[in-house]
Design a binder for this molecule. Structure first.
Ligand code: FAD
Length: 241
């Protein structure tokens, strides 16, 4: 890792936990013992090895001062070089480069109105961070999370969702299955955008945050615009994996 961009800092790997069959939880901290400033919902570019860098959303929220001692990431192991490197070669104690923070789809504490969080697959990571930051910041408005997955087993972090719901009476979650029948009353069938269209008639004044596959974002954004959310209030950093 010789030629890194100037705003890249060395971080030490603290933990790589197996969450389910294809998700790893990666935790890293600044190698110099310092803290890292970012806003909930942002992502960084991880410089994993020479010529191997990938973007990952920060799945944890910073403190009230906008700083964190450590960062958490939820990595879906897709068979590609970057995620396989994390699953098979990266080890606790290794050093990697962190470039950023990057991205504009982040939580602003001055936000007013309904916060609509739309997640597909591992796009849940930054939405958890936003929901926690809004809850910690005592955001006194409704927060609605629409989380879409392929099958129920893909919904990792049910415990964090439950903790947010317990701490924030204004938080509600809609869990969506893109294929198959919903297993119980917590689930609905369909895509996040279709569920939002069914649940709302007017979203004027709301703020929307989206993360996940580019196809999910492309499907959802026109629905949000048709329901009256201003284009400048729709924030997303899309990705495909
Ligand atoms: C803003 C942003 C935020 C992101 N946040 C996250 C996040 O929080 N979590 C996350 O998991 N990802 C996230 N991503 C995606 C991430 O950057 C990578 O694109 C993703 O991990 C795939 O990288 P890879 O190296 O594993 O696959 P790549 O090598 O880049 O390959 C791309 C795709 O090709 C296919 N492929 C490649 N090689 C093989 C093979 N040998 N066998 C089978 N299929 C193969 C896979 O489907 C793979 O996903 C984010 C992307 C962006 C832009």
């Amino acid at each position: 890792m010789n030629q890194l961009p100037p705003d890249t800092r060395p971080f030490r790997v603290l933990a790589i936990d197996v969450l389910d069959r294809d998700i790893r939880i990666l935790r890293i901290a600044p190698a110099d013992g310092g803290r890292f400033g970012f806003a909930a919902g942002q992502y960084v570019r991880l410089h994993l090895a020479e010529g191997l860098q990938r973007d990952y959303s920060i799945a944890s929220a910073p403190g009230d001062d906008g700083l964190a001692d450590a960062l958490e990431f939820h990595i879906r192991i897709s068979g590609g070089a970057g995620s396989r490197f994390i699953a098979e070669q990266l080890a606790v104690g290794d050093t990697i480069g962190v470039e950023g923070p990057l991205g504009t789809a982040f939580w602003r504490s001055r936000h007013t109105g309904l916060a609509l969080l739309v997640a597909g697959g591992s796009g849940l990571a930054p939405m958890l961070a936003i929901a926690e930051a809004a809850t910690d910041g005592r955001h006194d408005e409704d927060i609605a999370l629409y989380a879409g997955v392929r099958e129920p087993a893909d919904l990792y972090c049910a415990d964090r969702l439950a903790a947010i719901a317990a701490a924030n009476p204004r938080f509600r979650q809609v869990l969506l299955l893109s294929t198959g029948d919903p297993p119980d009353a917590r689930w609905r069938a369909g895509l996040p955008g279709d569920a939002i269209r069914a649940d709302f008639t007017d979203l004027a004044g709301a703020k929307a945050f989206l993360a996940g596959p580019a196809a999910m974002i492309a499907h959802t954004v026109p629905i949000l615009l048709a329901l009256g959310i201003a284009a400048e209030d729709i924030h997303s950093d899309g990705y495909d994996n």
